[in-house]
Write a protein that binds this ligand. Structure first.
Ligand code: HEM
Length: 98
């Protein structure tokens, strides 16, 4: 079964929806995804560059990292980096628990 589905929202914009089931299998240094505020981020390329170190990112691999991310009080710059790492949103039609 495919991990993602793409839904046409209108003629110009498309959203990629991912299930939490697919997010939680990406938990390693070579393949690290996480969820922050309902969006899915592929952080693999950023692990080495994270100013807060790689361990904290690996700790939340495959999980909802919203609280961990917000508790640190990340800067606007950090949020811009997040935008670049976004690969989709959690599928609202699938009710799976994080
Ligand atoms: C992909 C998601 C994340 C991105 C893009 C990111 C980005 C950054 C950036 C740019 C900084 C430098 C300070 C700032 O600009 O705010 C930073 C610092 C930090 N981050 Fe993250 N971060 C992410 C996730 C996390 C998570 C999940 C944690 C878990 C606790 C975390 C913990 C920290 C800590 C502790 C620092 C402070 C490091 C220091 O100043 O010594 N980060 N992060």
């Amino acid at each position: 079964m495919s991990e993602e589905k793409t839904i046409s929202v209108n003629a110009t914009a498309q959203k990629t929806f991912l299930t939490y089931e697919s997010v939680k299998s990406h938990t390693t240094q070579d393949d690290l995804w996480m969820v922050i505020h309902g969006k899915v981020y592929n952080c693999t390329k950023f692990i080495d560059e994270h100013p807060g170190g790689e361990e904290v990112l690996l700790d939340v691999g495959g999980l909802d990292a919203t609280d961990a991310f917000e508790d640190v009080g990340h800067s606007e710059e950090a949020r811009k980096i997040l935008d670049e790492l976004c690969i989709g949103e959690l599928d609202p039609s699938v009710c799976d628990i994080i």
